[in-house]
Structure formats: structure tokens, C-alpha cells
Design a protein around this ligand. Structure first.
Ligand code: HEM
Length: 439
């Protein structure tokens, strides 16, 4: 590949010896607008370390910009009518990029930490009231990922937007980032469409409930049969705790109450989709979704690590008693942002609470196995990976398409169903009917 800055010489002898300066048109400095960027380190004191302080902040802001760019593009891909496997690959690639940038951001603090607190003291007082609290890009990043206003720690009983009071452009961008569907919201909607959740089809949730009830019943019996009293008490307590947790996911009202309190973020059905992907991740169609869920947890973990490294650096520079230049309690305020309320993909971390031992996981039936496999009849649209998760017509923002969803064909029984799977289906139906009767 040729260098992007190279250009044809206008009508000059192509064999003549050339040096870079001979090329007309775009050049490195102009293309990257380096005069602007490199002319923007305007120190306000003569303190030597102020230059580093500015460069580090600017580098962070550039990385914030790139992450916002990637997240916006991923949100757009998720917001389309269909999320096929090609798009999933692109989504994963971009989220991997975000994860790597975040890793860099976490590590970058060590460079600023070469500045001692005494060096910092030389110019700190001149910075007030400027503060990282006014980083609007950091707020955009948080909002676009899905941090909700009500989950934020209030700063001097004020909204975080107060610091942008006199800048209508920033305020508008922040308002938009709060109103548009965040990555978390789009993820939840996408998970709701996980193949296998359909009540009239595989009905994962019902099968999972039966498996949980059976496992829990075994645990209760084991605890009751225990002869050593203190062991029995411990096992019974564990059984009851797990039962409470399971009840909280099976009872939609409890789930929604936890969502309202900010302790869960996915919709009830979205949570079912995420759990299903975790259980059956080794099936080809769930490989990429599972990878994505892991990347989203990485994003949350890395932002928490960023917050942690930042607050450690703040303590090292100004201790835990001084107020921040932005007027907050400084270290104390920043420490409170390390809470789980700031994790937008918290449900994905908590999925492990609801996992079952491998031998208790409901087996996939033939039809479901074939839906989640990448092999099959070559002329089937679904097999070619054209469409996986299609948006239902009832979903907000759905762009109508007249072509039916190939997944619907599978559910409508257009796929060849062998006599074996007919038998399995009728057995499942009878199990489901008896379960419904006992619920
Ligand atoms: C000597 C280095 C630093 C010190 C002492 C420091 C101090 C602080 C303090 C005290 C706050 C709380 C708000 C306030 O009252 O000012 C804050 C917030 C913040 N700082 Fe820094 N900071 C430093 C470096 C950085 C760097 C390199 C970045 C990178 C962009 C950064 C980004 C932020 C952000 C985004 C917030 C808002 C965090 C939130 O509200 O959750 N800071 N900083």
C-alpha cells in the first residue's frame, strides 16, 4: 500500500529523483493539522511539569474522542433492522479497539505520576476552577455507554451538568447523549431477540426454571439429610440464599424493582437472552455474542480501573483532605464513583450467580442445535448467516421491511423437522403443559 500522503507529481518527469518536499497537495503536517495540535500546549506558569500535565490530558481527550466515535458506530449498527454475523464481526472488532484504548488509558497515569506532588504544587493553584469534572467527553462516554443520571453520585447536591452552564453546544451534546438509546439499552433490546427464547419454540426460560427447581430441590434434600448440625445449618442457609436469588430473576416484579433501584439494568427478557448465551456459548451462533458480552464486561472493568488509578493518583498528589479544583470533596468524591452503580453492564457480571452445573443445563433439542449451528443446507438464508437477530416490528424505531425474517421461517416450521424432533417436541410440549399446570 502506498503512503496516504503521497501524490502524483503534476506533469513532472516521473523518473526524476524526488524528495518528499516536491509532492504537491496534502502533506503529513497539514493532514494531521499538527500546527493546531502542537500549538495547543499553552502553559500558564513557568513550572516545568505543567507541559506534561497538559499533554497527558490532551492525549486522554483524544482517546476519549476515538472511543466515542467507535461506540457511536456500534450503537448505529445495533440500531439497524438486522444484526447479522458480518455486522457482529465489525461490532466485536470495534469494541475490542475500545477495550485496548481503555487499557492504554488505565496505564497512562504512570507517566503523569513521574510528576511529584511538590512539582504539582507549583502550578495547581493556578488551575482553579478548571477540573477534569468539566471533561464533557468523559460525560458523553459515560452516557453513551449507558450510565444513568440517577446512578451518579451527586456533586455538591448539583447535577453533573451544572459545570457546563454557559456552553449551549456542550449542553446540547450531553442532552442528546442522555436521550438517545445508549449501548446498554440497545444491547438489552438485542438480547431480547436471542433465538430460543420464544415461548412457542424452544422456550429456554421455562426449561431453565425446571432445571433450577430440580437442582434446588436436590440441594434442599442434601441439606436436610446432613447429620452434622452446623453443616446442616450452613447448607440450609446457602440453599435459602440461592432460592432468594433465583426468585429474584423468575419474578418479573422483583426484577423490575431492582431495575428501578439501579441494581439491574437489562430488561427481564434481555437477562434471559444473556443467560442463554452464557449456557450455550460453545454453539457456533453464540460464539460471537458471548465474545461481545465479555468485551462489554471488560469495558466496565477497565473504566472502574481507570477511576481507581485516577483516584490513587489524586490521593498521591493532593492527599485525601483537600478539595478538588472543581470544588468537589476531591479524593472522597472520586472514591464514591468506584461503586457498582457506575457499572452499566452489571447484569453480565452477575450472570455467574445464576449458572447451573453443566449436567443440569437443559439440553438443546435438534431444532435448536441446528439453529445455532453454522452448517446446514447451503441455500438457507439463515445458514449463510444473512440474518440472526432481527428487530421485531413492535420495537421503537423499527424500520419496516417487507422481507420476512428467516428466523420466522424456522419457527413457522418451514425448516424440515425430522420424525425424531417431532417426538422430542411432543414430549417437551407435554412436560411444558404439566409444568404450567403446577406453576
Ligand atoms: C495531577 C493529576 C490530577 C489530579 C490531582 C486530579 C484531580 C481530580 C479531582 C480532585 C477531581 C474531582 C473533581 C474536582 O473537584 O475537581 C477530578 C475529576 C476528574 N478528573 Fe482528574 N485529576 C488529575 C488528572 C486527571 C487526568 C490526567 C485526567 C484525564 C482526562 C483526569 C480526568 C478527570 C475526570 C474525567 C474527572 C471527573 C470524574 C468523575 O466525576 O467521575 N484527571 N480530578
Amino acid at each position: 500500500m502506498s503512503c496516504p500522503y503521497a501524490r502524483e507529481l503534476n506533469g513532472e518527469d516521473p523518473n526524476a529523483e524526488r524528495c518528499l518536499g516536491d509532492f504537491k497537495g496534502i502533506n503529513y503536517t497539514n493532514y494531521l493539522q499538527l500546527h493546531g495540535i502542537l500549538g495547543s500546549q499553552n502553559c500558564i506558569t513557568s513550572a516545568h511539569d505543567e507541559h506534561l500535565f497538559i499533554v497527558v490530558h490532551q492525549a486522554y481527550e483524544l482517546w476519549f474522542k476515538q472511543m466515542i466515535y467507535e461506540i457511536d458506530s456500534v450503537r448505529a449498527l445495533f440500531n439497524e433492522e438486522e444484526v447479522n454475523e458480518h455486522k457482529m464481526l465489525e461490532i466485536i472488532k470495534r469494541m475490542q479497539r475500545v477495550v485496548l484504548i481503555l487499557k492504554l488509558c488505565v496505564d497512562q497515569f504512570v507517566i503523569l505520576e513521574t510528576m511529584t506532588p511538590l512539582d504539582f504544587m507549583e502550578f495547581r493553584d493556578y488551575l482553579s476552577p478548571a477540573s477534569g469534572f468539566q471533561s464533557f467527553q468523559f460525560r458523553l462516554l459515560e452516557n453513551k455507554l449507558g450510565l444513568k443520571s440517577e446512578s451518579r453520585v451527586r456533586y455538591k447536591q448539583e447535577t453533573y451538568k451544572k459545570v457546563f452552564g454557559d456552553d449551549p453546544e456542550i449542553l446540547e451534546a450531553i442532552k442528546q447523549s442522555e436521550e438517545e438509546p445508549s449501548l446498554q439499552v440497545l444491547l438489552s433490546r438485542w438480547l431480547e431477540r436471542t433465538p430460543g427464547l420464544e415461548e412457542e419454540g424452544f422456550n429456554f426460560w421455562l426449561k431453565y426454571k425446571i432445571a433450577v427447581d430440580t437442582t434446588q430441590e436436590e440441594k434442599r434434600r442434601e441439606a436436610e439429610a446432613e447429620k452434622v448440625e452446623h453443616m446442616k445449618t450452613h447448607m440450609m442457609a446457602q440453599y435459602k440464599r440461592r432460592q432468594e436469588l433465583f426468585d429474584s430473576i423468575f419474578d418479573v416484579k422483583v426484577h423490575n424493582a431492582l431495575v428501578a433501584r439501579g441494581e439491574r439494568r437489562l430488561s427481564h427478557r434481555g437477562l434471559q437472552g444473556a443467560l442463554m448465551i452464557s449456557f450455550y456459548r460453545e454453539n457456533p451462533r453464540f460464539n460471537q455474542p458471548h465474545q461481545l458480552l465479555n468485551l462489554l464486561m471488560d469495558v466496565d472493568s477497565l473504566i472502574t480501573k481507570w477511576r481507581y488509578n485516577h483516584v490513587m493518583m489524586v490521593q498521591r498528589m493532593i492527599g485525601s483532605q483537600l478539595l478538588g479544583t472543581g470544588g468537589s470533596s476531591g479524593y472522597q468524591y472520586l472514591r464514591s464513583t468506584l461503586s457498582d452503580r457506575y457499572k452499566v453492564f452489571i447484569d453480565l457480571f452477575n450472570l455467574s450467580t445464576f449458572l447451573l452445573p453443566r449436567n443440569s443445563v437443559p439440553p438443546l433439542d435438534r431444532q435448536m442445535k441446528s439453529r445455532l449451528s453454522t452448517m446446514g443446507e447451503p441455500d438457507s438464508e439463515e445458514r449463510r448467516g444473512k440474518v440472526v437477530w432481527s428487530r421485531p416490528r413492535s420495537e421503537p424505531g423499527f424500520v419496516s421491511s417487507d422481507s420476512p425474517c428467516p428466523m420466522d421461517n424456522v419457527d413457522n416450521g418451514e425448516e424440515k423437522v425430522s420424525s425424531d424432533s417431532d417426538l422430542e417436541k411432543s414430549l417437551e410440549d407435554s412436560i411444558e403443559r404439566s409444568c404450567e399446570a403446577s406453576m
